[in-house]
Design a protein around this ligand. Structure first.
Ligand SMILES: *Cc1c(COP(=O)(O)O)cnc(C)c1O
Length: 371
């Protein structure tokens, strides 16, 4: 049996540390925000190289609160990718703006800059690039385009803690490059809590202050409210667990990269299209996602399943064709690259504690699928 993901291996490897931290929070009597959250925020900001990190209840709230801080609302258009988890578009609708989709690059699965440019109108206010599967989006080009058209950039960094790319000749962390960024620490993410958790990052003092107020019902002083906000506070327990994991996550990302290298080597002669890593970027392989040509995917995933190997399709349905977005008027064929990705992608087992012989088993089954 090779699971797609096994969170228990990570817990077991550090059980004493996690148990101790959890018991300490339980004994402290302080369960929401407080010093554990302050400490985690400071640690996260330092690690990302940003001035402010604001803990919130989950990644979806992080995106939505950030959009509200950026002043996005009714009448505004926000350009994003149709090949992402639903939240990325959902939050645009939630603040009353309109999601405008742009197609993706076939190799990185990330939003395509030329397609973004073709969608800009006088109503466009922001771009939400997603660093999908842990591969950095084309930030130098996206930030350049945004500057040219006076647009805001909100990075959806939910799948890319630790990813980086070259900006102006120096390495820069994903999540430090737009006006704001949003992280999710949903347990299956490459930096995951033991429940729901999220984070907003920014270098802008005023935006940070606004996010801090919005997460507590739009309040800057307790029981005094200047705007309609959210109940989106981070729990001390999640912050304490995340603080421990922050010390390990770079090593875990390196292990993911090692696993990707082994998959690449073992599958180099296979008929599958393997993940790419653009020059100048550091992919953190939140997912290791291959393409299985047209119509073969079901068979390949069945063969893996029969061999006791997990796999998954992220994502089977592009956002522009979702039932709830019928009213936006998109049709099949509007974003052919995203639509073909939805038909062809297959994510293989990937987590730091995966063993080389497990990767060999996966590769063996995949190679027997050829023909
Ligand atoms: C997980 C995820 C989110 C949402 O995060 P939650 O913590 O589940 O709310 C948003 N965007 C992307 C790309 C994600 O993968």
């Amino acid at each position: 049996m090779v699971p797609l993901l096994d969170l228990t291996r990570q817990f077991e490897a550090h059980a004493d540390e996690f148990n101790q931290a959890a018991l300490q929070v339980l004994a402290s009597g302080a369960y929401i925000l407080g010093s554990h959250v302050d400490d985690f925020e400071a640690q996260a900001a330092r690690s990302l190289g940003v001035r402010h990190a604001i803990g919130v209840a989950n990644g979806t709230d992080a995106l939505q609160i950030a959009l509200q801080c950026l002043g996005i609302g009714p009448g505004d258009e926000v350009i994003t990718t149709p090949f992402s988890f639903f939240s990325t578009a959902e939050v645009i609708s939630r603040v009353g703006a309109t999601p405008i989709f742009a197609d993706i690059e076939p190799d990185t699965f990330n939003i395509d800059v030329a397609s973004i440019e073709s969608k800009i109108t006088p109503r466009t206010k922001a771009i939400i690039p997603v660093h999908l599967f842990g591969h950095p989006a084309a930030m130098p080009e996206i930030v350049g385009l945004a500057r040219e058209h006076n647009l805001q950039v909100l990075e959806d960094t939910a799948q890319a803690w630790g990813a980086s790319l070259e900006m102006n000749g120096a390495p820069a962390r994903c999540g430090s490059l737009g006006q704001m960024s949003a992280f999710s620490f949903y347990p299956t993410k490459n930096l995951g809590a033991c429940g729901d958790a999220g984070l907003i990052a920014t270098n802008d003092d005023a935006l940070a202050e606004s996010a801090r107020a919005l997460r507590v019902h739009g309040s800057r002083r307790r029981y005094y409210h200047e705007e309609i906000g959210y109940n989106s506070r981070l729990d001390a327990l999640q912050a304490a667990i995340l603080s421990i994991k922050l010390g390990y996550v770079d090593g875990w990302n390196n292990q993911r990269r090692e696993h990707a290298r082994l998959y690449n080597e073992l599958l180099s002669a296979s008929p599958f299209v393997l993940p790419c890593e653009r020059a100048g970027t550091r992919h953190v392989y939140h997912q290791y996602t291959i393409r299985v040509r047209q119509g073969r995917r079901e068979e390949v995933s069945r063969r893996l399943r029969e061999a006791g190997i997990g796999s998954a399709v992220f994502y089977p349905m592009p956002l522009h064709l979702q039932e709830v977005y019928k009213n936006l008027g998109y049709q099949e064929g509007d974003f052919p690259v995203a639509e073909s990705a939805c038909r062809e992608v297959l994510s293989l087992p990937m987590f730091p504690e995966l063993k080389p012989d497990e990767i060999e088993q996966v590769a063996r089954v995949l190679k027997s699928c050829q023909a």
